[in-house]
Design a protein around this ligand. Structure first.
Ligand code: ASP
Length: 341
Protein backbone atom coordinates (compact mmCIF):
# COMPACT_ATOMS: atom_id res chain seq x y z
CA UNK A 1 0.00 0.00 0.00
CA UNK A 2 1.36 3.49 -0.86
CA UNK A 3 1.83 5.74 2.15
CA UNK A 4 -1.08 7.94 1.00
CA UNK A 5 -3.33 4.91 0.63
CA UNK A 6 -2.12 3.64 4.00
CA UNK A 7 -3.05 7.00 5.53
CA UNK A 8 -6.50 6.99 3.92
CA UNK A 9 -7.03 3.38 4.96
CA UNK A 10 -6.15 4.05 8.59
CA UNK A 11 -8.20 7.27 8.60
CA UNK A 12 -11.25 5.35 7.38
CA UNK A 13 -10.67 2.55 9.90
CA UNK A 14 -10.24 4.94 12.81
CA UNK A 15 -13.23 7.10 11.91
CA UNK A 16 -15.31 3.94 11.62
CA UNK A 17 -14.07 2.95 15.06
CA UNK A 18 -15.02 6.35 16.41
CA UNK A 19 -18.44 6.08 14.82
CA UNK A 20 -18.94 2.59 16.16
CA UNK A 21 -17.72 3.75 19.54
CA UNK A 22 -20.13 6.67 19.51
CA UNK A 23 -22.94 4.46 18.37
CA UNK A 24 -22.12 1.96 21.07
CA UNK A 25 -22.00 4.69 23.65
CA UNK A 26 -25.05 6.65 22.52
CA UNK A 27 -27.25 3.85 21.26
CA UNK A 28 -26.83 0.94 23.55
CA UNK A 29 -26.89 2.25 27.09
CA UNK A 30 -29.59 -0.02 28.26
CA UNK A 31 -32.03 2.02 30.27
CA UNK A 32 -35.31 1.94 28.33
CA UNK A 33 -38.77 1.15 29.65
CA UNK A 34 -39.33 -2.21 31.32
CA UNK A 35 -41.76 -4.80 30.07
CA UNK A 36 -45.01 -4.40 32.00
CA UNK A 37 -47.47 -7.12 33.02
CA UNK A 38 -45.17 -9.94 31.95
CA UNK A 39 -43.51 -11.13 35.15
CA UNK A 40 -40.70 -13.65 35.21
CA UNK A 41 -38.58 -15.46 37.76
CA UNK A 42 -35.36 -17.34 37.09
CA UNK A 43 -33.05 -19.19 39.45
CA UNK A 44 -29.96 -21.35 39.58
CA UNK A 45 -29.98 -25.16 39.34
CA UNK A 46 -32.81 -27.65 38.98
CA UNK A 47 -33.95 -27.02 42.54
CA UNK A 48 -34.79 -23.51 41.32
CA UNK A 49 -37.93 -24.97 39.74
CA UNK A 50 -39.71 -25.56 43.06
CA UNK A 51 -38.45 -22.22 44.35
CA UNK A 52 -39.72 -20.46 41.21
CA UNK A 53 -43.16 -22.05 41.66
CA UNK A 54 -43.52 -20.35 45.05
CA UNK A 55 -42.19 -17.05 43.74
CA UNK A 56 -44.54 -17.29 40.77
CA UNK A 57 -47.64 -17.44 42.99
CA UNK A 58 -46.72 -13.98 44.24
CA UNK A 59 -45.67 -12.53 40.88
CA UNK A 60 -48.72 -13.84 39.09
CA UNK A 61 -51.04 -12.11 41.55
CA UNK A 62 -49.27 -8.82 40.91
CA UNK A 63 -47.08 -9.05 44.03
CA UNK A 64 -43.74 -7.35 44.47
CA UNK A 65 -40.59 -9.01 43.11
CA UNK A 66 -38.93 -8.57 46.50
CA UNK A 67 -41.59 -10.69 48.22
CA UNK A 68 -41.40 -13.25 45.43
CA UNK A 69 -37.64 -13.81 45.64
CA UNK A 70 -37.65 -14.03 49.42
CA UNK A 71 -40.49 -16.59 49.47
CA UNK A 72 -38.95 -18.45 46.53
CA UNK A 73 -35.52 -19.07 48.02
CA UNK A 74 -37.05 -20.06 51.36
CA UNK A 75 -38.11 -23.30 49.64
CA UNK A 76 -34.60 -24.78 49.24
CA UNK A 77 -33.53 -23.15 52.52
CA UNK A 78 -36.08 -25.33 54.34
CA UNK A 79 -35.48 -28.45 52.23
CA UNK A 80 -33.30 -30.79 54.24
CA UNK A 81 -32.48 -32.92 51.20
CA UNK A 82 -30.71 -29.92 49.68
CA UNK A 83 -27.21 -30.09 51.15
CA UNK A 84 -25.98 -26.79 49.77
CA UNK A 85 -28.59 -24.29 50.99
CA UNK A 86 -30.04 -23.59 54.46
CA UNK A 87 -31.22 -26.41 56.75
CA UNK A 88 -29.37 -29.63 55.92
CA UNK A 89 -26.46 -27.78 54.32
CA UNK A 90 -23.04 -29.42 54.55
CA UNK A 91 -21.04 -27.98 57.46
CA UNK A 92 -17.61 -26.40 57.65
CA UNK A 93 -14.59 -28.49 58.65
CA UNK A 94 -15.52 -28.05 62.33
CA UNK A 95 -19.00 -29.47 61.75
CA UNK A 96 -20.77 -26.10 61.93
CA UNK A 97 -23.39 -25.16 59.35
CA UNK A 98 -22.76 -21.51 58.50
CA UNK A 99 -25.04 -19.74 56.07
CA UNK A 100 -24.54 -16.77 53.71
CA UNK A 101 -27.41 -14.82 52.09
CA UNK A 102 -28.29 -11.49 50.57
CA UNK A 103 -31.26 -9.73 49.02
CA UNK A 104 -31.61 -6.61 46.86
CA UNK A 105 -34.63 -4.61 45.70
CA UNK A 106 -35.47 -2.20 42.88
CA UNK A 107 -34.11 0.84 44.75
CA UNK A 108 -30.56 -0.41 45.46
CA UNK A 109 -31.70 -1.34 48.96
CA UNK A 110 -29.87 -4.43 50.08
CA UNK A 111 -29.21 -6.59 53.11
CA UNK A 112 -26.85 -9.44 53.85
CA UNK A 113 -25.89 -11.95 56.49
CA UNK A 114 -22.62 -13.81 56.53
CA UNK A 115 -21.53 -16.90 58.43
CA UNK A 116 -24.87 -17.10 60.23
CA UNK A 117 -25.51 -20.24 62.30
CA UNK A 118 -28.70 -21.86 63.64
CA UNK A 119 -31.28 -19.97 61.53
CA UNK A 120 -33.20 -21.84 58.84
CA UNK A 121 -34.02 -18.75 56.76
CA UNK A 122 -30.98 -16.48 56.47
CA UNK A 123 -32.65 -14.71 53.55
CA UNK A 124 -35.34 -13.33 55.87
CA UNK A 125 -32.69 -12.11 58.31
CA UNK A 126 -30.92 -10.41 55.37
CA UNK A 127 -34.19 -8.72 54.45
CA UNK A 128 -34.63 -7.57 58.04
CA UNK A 129 -31.09 -6.13 58.04
CA UNK A 130 -32.08 -4.23 54.89
CA UNK A 131 -35.39 -2.96 56.21
CA UNK A 132 -34.83 -2.49 59.93
CA UNK A 133 -31.23 -1.37 60.35
CA UNK A 134 -29.07 1.42 58.96
CA UNK A 135 -26.59 -1.30 57.87
CA UNK A 136 -26.21 -3.67 54.95
CA UNK A 137 -24.20 -6.57 56.36
CA UNK A 138 -24.29 -8.41 59.68
CA UNK A 139 -21.89 -11.28 60.27
CA UNK A 140 -21.43 -14.23 62.60
CA UNK A 141 -22.54 -13.90 66.22
CA UNK A 142 -23.84 -10.38 65.64
CA UNK A 143 -26.11 -11.61 62.86
CA UNK A 144 -27.36 -14.41 65.11
CA UNK A 145 -28.01 -12.04 68.02
CA UNK A 146 -29.92 -9.73 65.66
CA UNK A 147 -31.99 -12.62 64.31
CA UNK A 148 -32.86 -13.92 67.78
CA UNK A 149 -33.78 -10.45 68.99
CA UNK A 150 -36.15 -10.15 66.03
CA UNK A 151 -38.18 -13.28 66.53
CA UNK A 152 -36.17 -15.93 64.67
CA UNK A 153 -35.69 -19.18 66.53
CA UNK A 154 -32.50 -21.11 67.04
CA UNK A 155 -32.35 -24.52 65.42
CA UNK A 156 -29.80 -27.24 64.82
CA UNK A 157 -29.17 -27.09 61.07
CA UNK A 158 -26.91 -30.15 60.92
CA UNK A 159 -29.06 -33.06 59.77
CA UNK A 160 -28.03 -36.68 60.42
CA UNK A 161 -27.21 -37.06 56.70
CA UNK A 162 -24.94 -34.02 56.59
CA UNK A 163 -23.33 -35.01 59.89
CA UNK A 164 -22.65 -38.46 58.46
CA UNK A 165 -21.11 -37.00 55.28
CA UNK A 166 -18.95 -34.65 57.33
CA UNK A 167 -17.69 -37.53 59.48
CA UNK A 168 -16.83 -39.46 56.33
CA UNK A 169 -14.96 -36.42 55.05
CA UNK A 170 -13.06 -36.15 58.33
CA UNK A 171 -11.42 -39.52 57.60
CA UNK A 172 -9.24 -37.81 55.00
CA UNK A 173 -10.10 -34.17 55.76
CA UNK A 174 -8.94 -33.16 52.30
CA UNK A 175 -10.39 -29.85 51.26
CA UNK A 176 -11.24 -30.05 47.60
CA UNK A 177 -14.24 -28.35 46.01
CA UNK A 178 -15.91 -30.88 43.75
CA UNK A 179 -16.72 -29.56 40.28
CA UNK A 180 -20.51 -29.51 40.40
CA UNK A 181 -20.89 -30.64 36.86
CA UNK A 182 -24.21 -32.39 37.20
CA UNK A 183 -27.10 -32.00 39.51
CA UNK A 184 -26.87 -34.80 41.98
CA UNK A 185 -29.45 -33.42 44.34
CA UNK A 186 -32.14 -34.41 41.94
CA UNK A 187 -31.03 -37.68 40.50
CA UNK A 188 -29.96 -38.71 44.03
CA UNK A 189 -27.34 -41.07 42.60
CA UNK A 190 -24.94 -39.95 45.22
CA UNK A 191 -21.36 -40.69 44.37
CA UNK A 192 -22.28 -41.76 40.86
CA UNK A 193 -20.80 -38.67 39.23
CA UNK A 194 -17.12 -38.16 38.56
CA UNK A 195 -15.55 -36.64 41.66
CA UNK A 196 -18.17 -38.02 44.06
CA UNK A 197 -21.07 -36.12 45.55
CA UNK A 198 -20.92 -32.43 44.89
CA UNK A 199 -20.19 -30.22 47.82
CA UNK A 200 -21.29 -26.73 46.93
CA UNK A 201 -24.17 -24.85 45.27
CA UNK A 202 -26.33 -21.80 45.80
CA UNK A 203 -29.78 -20.63 44.92
CA UNK A 204 -29.58 -17.27 43.21
CA UNK A 205 -32.97 -15.95 42.10
CA UNK A 206 -33.92 -12.93 39.98
CA UNK A 207 -37.46 -11.69 39.38
CA UNK A 208 -39.27 -8.96 37.51
CA UNK A 209 -42.80 -8.21 38.70
CA UNK A 210 -45.86 -6.94 36.80
CA UNK A 211 -44.82 -3.36 37.50
CA UNK A 212 -41.49 -4.07 35.76
CA UNK A 213 -39.49 -3.89 38.99
CA UNK A 214 -36.60 -6.19 39.78
CA UNK A 215 -35.35 -7.91 42.91
CA UNK A 216 -32.90 -10.70 43.61
CA UNK A 217 -32.00 -13.11 46.41
CA UNK A 218 -29.06 -15.42 46.93
CA UNK A 219 -28.57 -17.99 49.71
CA UNK A 220 -26.18 -20.86 50.40
CA UNK A 221 -24.37 -22.93 52.98
CA UNK A 222 -21.25 -22.25 50.93
CA UNK A 223 -18.38 -24.59 50.23
CA UNK A 224 -18.61 -27.79 52.26
CA UNK A 225 -15.83 -28.30 54.81
CA UNK A 226 -14.56 -24.75 54.44
CA UNK A 227 -12.46 -23.14 57.18
CA UNK A 228 -14.78 -21.87 59.91
CA UNK A 229 -15.56 -18.23 59.21
CA UNK A 230 -15.09 -18.45 55.43
CA UNK A 231 -17.53 -16.30 53.48
CA UNK A 232 -18.16 -16.82 49.77
CA UNK A 233 -19.53 -14.59 47.04
CA UNK A 234 -23.20 -15.30 47.74
CA UNK A 235 -23.83 -12.69 50.48
CA UNK A 236 -21.59 -10.07 48.84
CA UNK A 237 -23.62 -7.49 46.96
CA UNK A 238 -22.04 -7.12 43.52
CA UNK A 239 -20.33 -10.53 43.62
CA UNK A 240 -23.03 -13.17 44.16
CA UNK A 241 -25.95 -10.87 43.38
CA UNK A 242 -26.64 -7.49 41.89
CA UNK A 243 -29.82 -5.76 40.75
CA UNK A 244 -30.14 -2.45 38.95
CA UNK A 245 -33.71 -1.60 38.11
CA UNK A 246 -32.63 0.32 35.00
CA UNK A 247 -30.89 -2.72 33.55
CA UNK A 248 -31.78 -6.03 35.22
CA UNK A 249 -30.01 -8.40 37.55
CA UNK A 250 -27.36 -11.10 37.76
CA UNK A 251 -26.43 -13.84 40.19
CA UNK A 252 -23.70 -16.45 40.54
CA UNK A 253 -23.03 -19.96 41.70
CA UNK A 254 -19.81 -21.93 41.97
CA UNK A 255 -16.50 -21.31 43.68
CA UNK A 256 -17.10 -17.98 45.35
CA UNK A 257 -13.45 -16.92 45.54
CA UNK A 258 -13.34 -16.80 41.72
CA UNK A 259 -16.55 -14.76 41.56
CA UNK A 260 -15.48 -12.23 44.21
CA UNK A 261 -12.23 -11.45 42.37
CA UNK A 262 -14.09 -10.18 39.33
CA UNK A 263 -17.11 -8.78 41.25
CA UNK A 264 -19.12 -11.05 38.98
CA UNK A 265 -22.78 -10.04 39.30
CA UNK A 266 -22.07 -6.31 39.11
CA UNK A 267 -19.80 -6.83 36.12
CA UNK A 268 -22.54 -8.68 34.29
CA UNK A 269 -25.16 -6.02 35.01
CA UNK A 270 -22.80 -3.33 33.74
CA UNK A 271 -22.08 -5.34 30.59
CA UNK A 272 -25.83 -5.61 29.99
CA UNK A 273 -26.09 -1.85 30.48
CA UNK A 274 -23.60 -1.48 27.64
CA UNK A 275 -25.84 -3.50 25.38
CA UNK A 276 -24.76 -7.11 25.81
CA UNK A 277 -27.44 -9.77 25.98
CA UNK A 278 -27.73 -11.63 29.32
CA UNK A 279 -25.99 -14.67 27.85
CA UNK A 280 -23.17 -12.66 26.24
CA UNK A 281 -22.65 -10.74 29.49
CA UNK A 282 -22.46 -13.99 31.49
CA UNK A 283 -20.01 -15.42 28.95
CA UNK A 284 -17.78 -12.37 29.29
CA UNK A 285 -17.82 -12.83 33.08
CA UNK A 286 -16.77 -16.46 32.77
CA UNK A 287 -14.03 -15.51 30.29
CA UNK A 288 -12.67 -12.99 32.73
CA UNK A 289 -12.25 -15.76 35.29
CA UNK A 290 -10.35 -17.82 32.73
CA UNK A 291 -8.15 -14.86 31.80
CA UNK A 292 -7.04 -14.44 35.41
CA UNK A 293 -5.95 -18.04 35.81
CA UNK A 294 -6.69 -20.45 32.94
CA UNK A 295 -5.37 -23.47 34.85
CA UNK A 296 -7.50 -22.83 37.90
CA UNK A 297 -10.57 -22.11 35.74
CA UNK A 298 -10.35 -25.65 34.30
CA UNK A 299 -10.53 -27.11 37.80
CA UNK A 300 -13.54 -25.30 39.23
CA UNK A 301 -17.15 -24.51 38.39
CA UNK A 302 -18.63 -21.03 38.15
CA UNK A 303 -22.01 -20.26 36.60
CA UNK A 304 -23.61 -16.88 36.01
CA UNK A 305 -27.30 -16.20 35.40
CA UNK A 306 -28.82 -12.89 34.25
CA UNK A 307 -32.15 -11.26 33.42
CA UNK A 308 -32.67 -7.93 31.66
CA UNK A 309 -35.59 -5.56 31.77
CA UNK A 310 -36.97 -6.80 28.47
CA UNK A 311 -37.47 -10.11 30.27
CA UNK A 312 -34.63 -11.75 28.33
CA UNK A 313 -32.53 -14.20 30.30
CA UNK A 314 -29.32 -16.14 29.80
CA UNK A 315 -26.52 -17.96 31.55
CA UNK A 316 -22.98 -19.22 31.02
CA UNK A 317 -20.65 -21.45 33.00
CA UNK A 318 -17.14 -22.86 33.05
CA UNK A 319 -17.95 -26.58 33.20
CA UNK A 320 -20.83 -28.42 31.58
CA UNK A 321 -23.87 -29.12 33.70
CA UNK A 322 -24.99 -25.82 35.21
CA UNK A 323 -28.76 -25.72 34.95
CA UNK A 324 -31.24 -22.97 35.71
CA UNK A 325 -35.00 -22.77 36.03
CA UNK A 326 -37.34 -20.27 34.36
CA UNK A 327 -40.96 -19.46 35.10
CA UNK A 328 -43.12 -16.93 33.26
CA UNK A 329 -46.49 -16.85 31.52
CA UNK A 330 -45.17 -18.98 28.66
CA UNK A 331 -42.97 -21.59 30.28
CA UNK A 332 -41.86 -23.44 33.35
CA UNK A 333 -38.63 -24.98 32.26
CA UNK A 334 -35.15 -26.06 33.22
CA UNK A 335 -32.37 -24.97 30.85
CA UNK A 336 -28.78 -26.13 30.64
CA UNK A 337 -26.37 -23.22 30.43
CA UNK A 338 -23.75 -23.18 27.66
CA UNK A 339 -20.24 -23.81 28.96
CA UNK A 340 -16.68 -22.99 27.99
CA UNK A 341 -15.30 -26.48 28.65
N1 ASP B 1 -20.93 -19.64 45.57
C1 ASP B 1 -21.00 -20.47 46.73
C2 ASP B 1 -19.84 -20.15 47.65
O1 ASP B 1 -18.75 -19.95 47.19
C3 ASP B 1 -21.04 -21.94 46.42
C4 ASP B 1 -21.74 -22.38 45.17
O2 ASP B 1 -22.61 -21.70 44.64
O3 ASP B 1 -21.42 -23.45 44.64
O4 ASP B 1 -20.03 -20.16 48.83
Amino acid sequence: MSSRRKFLHSAVVSSAAVLTGEKLFAGSLYTGNPVLNDPIVISTWDFGKAANATAWEILNKGGRALNAVEAGVMVPEADESNQSVGYGGLPDRDGKVTLDACIMDENYNCGSVMCLEHIVHPISVARMVMEKTPHIILAGDGALQFALANGFTKQNLLTPKSEHDWKEWLKTAKYEPVKNIENQLYDKKEGAMPGGPKNHDTIGMLAMDKAGNFSGACTTSGMAYKIHGRVGDSPIIGAGLYVDNEVGGATATGVGEEVIRIVGAHLIVELMRQGLSPEAACKEGVERIIKRNPKKAKEVQVGFLALNKKGEFGAYCLQKGFTYAVRNNREEKIYTAPSIY
